[in-house]
Design a binder for this molecule. Structure first.
Ligand code: BEZ
Length: 401
């Protein structure tokens, strides 16, 4: 395969321009990946899961992104869009090969992806080397806007730390002193556990046990039995997609619902309530999106999304939509000319995104600074209760850009 020859030649070019010397150099000297005429179609690579437990998340992100493009007449910065799509199967082992299909083979101008934190870490390594513009519309891996941050790397979703940190305050307020955290054993689960632990301990709480099962397994029974014997004040969890739906059902079936209150990052209950029914009733979660925000922007987005896709949007659709909005802000500033890299990055860095979740801006490390809502499942909705943390910023540990 020609791929390795291309890559090493390309790496040599980037090294000679100084692009590999550090994150800052990527922003000043090297082009975004392979420079292309501004009159050509903009090549957008979508690297997302379209099979497996996270497939609904990948589809919602794709829909949201395309809606943002369609709202701009099918063009961004005056350029029509050509999509290149890769199903990454939420498989970290295939991340380098899949990323290179889009970066080296298809030579996309911008890469949009992905959902799974382990896959995102594989993508980050390649886009740092090649300088390709990358917008992460979900995967929360703290490294993406932490140790692996770079001028060409942006995120429109959240960091894993951010998604659970506010839960510490919530549990304290609701009188809980001990908690068990249960999740899949991979970067997202472990980092969400850590974000929660930090926040809970600051409030005087104690995380008494961490329970894990391998991704994407859904055999929860043994762990639920362990929870019943520990009897913590509360259970906190991260699961998403099909695994979240099964966990909520199994939690109720194990007789824990109504005995030990269940909390989580909002992925636990977003996009799954139709499948779960009353087993999720009353579950409280923190997230940067909620039902019932009732802002003009959110109402318009929900209406447009339902009309276009005959589906209700969820947080993943919002994050995909905002990836389109952020890219539009950059491309409009340079009239579609991606060779004006520094100007484009500046426009993206300073954009104020008018999102269905509420307005947000980017931190220095390119992660959203955003309100975290406490939500409660009421019927088929994740009803907003209050803002649990105003303008929460990820600490961006290890980011040197
Ligand atoms: C993650 O792996 O980062 C992730 C996956 C699904 C929902 C939220 C985060």
């Amino acid at each position: 395969m020609k791929k390795s020859t291309n890559r090493s030649g390309r790496r040599e070019f980037l090294r000679s321009t100084g692009a590999l010397a550090g994150a800052a150099a990527v922003g000043t000297l090297a082009p975004f990946g392979i420079a292309r005429a501004q009159s050509a179609k903009l090549k957008v690579g979508l690297m997302l899961p379209y099979t497996g437990t996270y497939a609904p998340l990948g589809n919602a992100i794709t829909n949201g992104f395309k809606l943002a493009v369609e709202e701009r007449g099918g063009k961004l910065g005056g350029r029509e869009i050509e999509y290149f799509v890769v199903d990454d199967e939420s498989n970290p082992a295939k991340a380098p090969e899949n990323t290179n299909k889009l970066v080296q083979r298809d030579k996309v101008d911008v890469l949009i992806g992905t959902v799974h934190s382990g896959v995102a870490i594989g993508m980050a390594k390649i886009v740092r080397e090649t300088g390709t513009l990358w917008i992460d519309p979900n995967a929360g891996a703290d490294e993406v806007t932490g140790v692996l941050c770079a001028p060409n790397i942006f995120r429109t979703s959240f960091s894993n730390w951010q998604s659970t940190h506010a839960l510490g305050k919530v549990l304290k307020k609701e009188g809980h002193k001990t908690a068990v955290f249960i999740t899949h054993k991979y970067a997202a689960g472990e980092q969400m556990k850590e974000g929660f632990r930090e926040g809970f301990e600051k409030e005087g709480g104690k995380l008494v046990k961490e329970l894990y099962l391998p991704f994407p397994q859904v055999e929860f029974q043994a762990l639920l039995t362990e929870i019943a014997s520990i009897k913590p004040d509360a259970v906190v969890s991260f699961f998403a997609g099909g695994a979240a739906a099964k966990f909520l059902k199994d939690y109720a079936a194990a007789g824990l619902k109504g005995k030990i209150p269940l909390y989580g990052s909002g992925f636990l209950t977003d996009g799954v309530l139709d499948a779960v029914g009353s087993d999720a009733e009353g579950v409280e979660t923190t997230l940067h999106y909620a039902d019932g925000l009732n802002t003009p922007k959110d109402k318009a987005f929900r209406l447009a999304y339902a009309k276009a896709f005959k589906l209700q949007p969820d947080v993943y659709a919002v994050q995909g939509y905002d990836a389109g909005q952020l890219l539009a802000a950059g491309l409009e500033a340079v009239k579609g000319d991606m060779s004006r890299k520094a100007e484009m990055i500046k426009a993206m860095e300073t954009a104020k995104i008018d999102s269905p979740r509420g307005q947000w801006t980017l931190s220095k490390a390119h992660n959203p600074v955003q309100d975290m809502y406490l939500r409660k499942v009421v019927g088929k909705e994740n009803k907003v209760q209050y803002v649990a943390w105003k303008a929460l910023a990820d600490p961006a540990r290890g980011c040197k850009a």
